[in-house]
Design a protein around this ligand. Structure first.
Ligand SMILES: Nc1ncnc2c1ncn2[C@@H]1O[C@H](COP(=O)(O)OP(=O)(O)OP(=O)(O)O)[C@@H](O)[C@H]1O
Length: 314
């Protein structure tokens, strides 16, 4: 079931000095029970996309619907279906305890009575902060504060949860905890939309990924498809021995060359698998002996760097 639909989103910021096209023309959908990650370098437009969905910024163009409800026409109704954890610590009150924070923000959101009491117990357990109920939020570790912010956002039990850089600045242990929480949310049928720089987070939990750069979509697919497409085109070729300088510089035109156990290894990325056969023909011609061929192990970081920083297409 489609939960969010974003079509041709455009957002321009105008400052005195310049006009910034933060989001140029972005379209995507999210579905029930999935973790959808927006990945991109600094300034790519991730936060702007999330804020547009939450109507915290008003886009110049595009259509957004939330659970089938048009956000522009029925903002209140559409927004009721989403909760969000934005960057920074402003989501919690440092001078209130964990419990007080949950009650306070629950009341602000119009929740109360039995529902709020039960829901507080559920979310506090989910984020594993039951043992810190009476602790001042300001005294918690950064990771626990983030878990509290997530718990607060979850109080209204909405079908969609948006998180901007949920693991930014967290240590490894807290990152793993947040990862587990997000996984549980998706297993419970929620749509989890997150933005991140954190390749490990995306690799470990995202179902689908949208990579954006400079306000535009660079890739939009299932995470496994992105990894597989890349895997098919990245190879490590070992050549027997160490060829002369001329042949070495020829190899270097193709990619990264290094020596290992008296042999020579070439790492290449191909646009098309056909190129591999052309390379083998050329090797024959140059009397280079092919010893071994294997696909390179790829992680998401490699996919990301290749797509964004080198501007290569899969
Ligand atoms: N309020 C604003 N006024 C002017 N320009 C802005 C504003 N907010 C964002 N921008 C600019 O819009 C572009 C996209 O910013 P955005 O914060 O959406 O990117 P991001 O991918 O979330 O990056 P980061 O990871 O650094 O937060 C950047 O060039 C940024 O400088």
């Amino acid at each position: 079931m489609e939960t969010l639909k974003v079509k041709n989103l455009k957002k321009i910021y105008k400052t005195k000095k310049k006009v910034i096209e933060a989001v140029k023309n972005i379209s995507f959908s999210t579905y029930k029970g999935e973790i959808f990650a927006i990945l991109g370098p600094n300034g790519a437009g991730k936060t702007t996309t999330i804020k547009s969905i939450l109507r915290l910024v008003i886009p110049e163009d595009g259509e957004i619907s939330v659970m089938g409800i048009n956000l522009k026409k029925h903002p209140k109704k559409a927004l009721e279906n989403m909760s969000a954890v934005l960057e920074g610590n402003r989501n919690i009150h440092w001078r209130l305890t964990v419990m007080e924070n949950l009650k306070y923000f629950g009341y602000i959101r119009g929740l109360g009575g039995k529902y709020l009491k039960n829901r507080i117990n559920e979310v506090i357990e989910l984020v594993e902060l039951s043992h810190k109920k009476k602790e001042l939020a300001g005294k918690l570790s950064r990771g626990m504060q983030q878990r509290l912010a997530i718990a607060i956002a979850l109080l209204p039990d909405t079908p969609i949860v948006l998180l901007d850089e949920p693991t930014l600045g967290l240590d490894v242990e807290s990152t793993i905890k947040v990862r587990e929480i997000l996984k549980k949310l998706s297993e419970n049928g929620k749509t989890v939309l997150l933005s991140s720089h954190d390749m490990h987070l995306v690799e470990s939990i995202a179902d689908r990924v949208m990579i954006i750069n400079d306000g535009k979509i660079v890739a939009y697919d299932k995470k496994d498809n992105l990894l597989n497409a890349f895997r098919k085109k990245a190879y490590k070729i070992t050549i027997t021995g160490i060829p002369d300088k001329n042949k070495l510089s020829y190899l270097q035109m193709y990619g990264n060359v290094y020596h290992e156990d008296g042999d020579t290894t070439l790492e290449i990325q191909l646009e098309d698998i056909k190129e591999l056969y052309e390379i083998f023909d050329k090797f024959k011609e140059m009397e280079l002996e092919l010893k071994h061929l294997e696909s390179i192990m790829v992680n998401f970081e490699k996919v990301f760097v290749s797509l964004v920083q080198r501007g290569k297409n899969l």
